[in-house]
Structures are given as structure tokens and as C-alpha cells.
Design a binder for this molecule. Structure first.
Ligand code: FES
Length: 153
């Protein structure tokens, strides 16, 4: 069962203000790394907002996840500019290194691997995003070195 203490705190921080729904969901996701059903139910009850409305918001914004995610989100850009500069090799190397396919979490829940299409930094492609930071001019070897920095924290 999900501990609801963290979401209760988030709701309190936002004074149970339903106009802050998106911010509340963002903060709740930061606490749980995703949005478990029990957390959404708690938000629905406490804000008196129907679950259907909450699901509409959660499914509209790509940043929200209804599935458990790793501690770090590693997104490999597969847009055209990155693709021609070697993104497929980076993807293969990272998949092997983490032993996952895109959309999956590593067994230790340290990473979730994703692919994305253009993150707007084509000039420095190939690009990998880890959490909220973009890393450019990568090679497959540099990508592994980058991930190693996130393996222990
Ligand atoms: S194609 Fe990768 S940043 Fe644009």
C-alpha cells in the first residue's frame, strides 16, 4: 500500500487549492517518481476534483507517468539530426549497458530508458537527456561514462 503522507504534505503546501492541480501533480510525482492510483485518489478526494478530470490532466502532459519509473530518466534523442550523428549506436550501447529496452526500468530501479524525438538541441547532437539536463556531443563511450555518474546516487 502506498504511504500517503507525502501527498498529504504536497496538498497542504498548496493549501488544497484545486487551481494548483498541475503543480500538485508535479510535486506528488517528484515524491513518488510516478503517480500511483492511490495518490491520484487522495488528490481527487482532498481537492474534490473528479478522477476523470485528474486523468485528463495526467494523460495530457507527457511528463506525468502512471507507471513506476526509475530514479533517473535517461532519454536518448532519436530525432533526425541525432540519428545521423550516431544516436542508434548510443541507444544500442546504453540498452546493453542497462540491460533494458526503451520504456523499461532497470532491475534496481535506478534508471528508466526512453527514446525521444528531438529535444531542440540538434546543433550539439547526439543528445542524451538525464532527468532535466541535456548532454550533447556524445559518443557511446561518453554515454556510458555519463550514466556511471548516476549509478550510485
Ligand atoms: S534531433 Fe536530437 S536534438 Fe534535435
Amino acid at each position: 500500500m502506498t504511504d500517503l503522507t507525502a501527498v498529504d504534505k504536497v496538498l497542504q503546501t498548496h493549501n488544497h487549492d484545486k487551481s494548483m492541480l498541475v503543480a500538485i501533480l508535479q510535486d506528488a510525482q517528484e515524491q513518488y517518481r510516478y503517480l500511483p492510483k492511490e495518490v491520484l485518489t487522495q488528490i481527487s478526494i482532498k481537492l474534490e476534483v473528479p478522477m476523470s478530470e485528474i486523468y485528463q490532466v495526467v494523460t495530457f502532459y507527457k511528463a506525468f507517468s502512471l507507471k513506476p519509473r526509475g530514479k533517473h530518466i535517461c532519454s536518448i534523442c532519436m530525432g533526425t539530426a541525432c540519428h545521423v550523428r550516431g544516436a542508434p549506436l548510443i541507444l544500442e550501447t546504453v540498452k546493453k549497458h542497462l540491460d533494458v529496452e526503451p520504456g523499461q526500468n532497470t532491475k534496481n530501479m535506478q534508471f528508466t530508458l526512453n527514446t525521444v524525438n528531438c529535444v531542440g538541441a540538434c546543433a550539439v547532437g547526439p543528445v542524451v537527456q538525464v532527468d532535466n539536463t541535456l548532454y550533447g556531443n556524445l559518443t557511446s563511450m561518453k554515454s556510458i561514462q555519463l550514466l556511471k555518474k548516476f549509478e550510485k546516487d
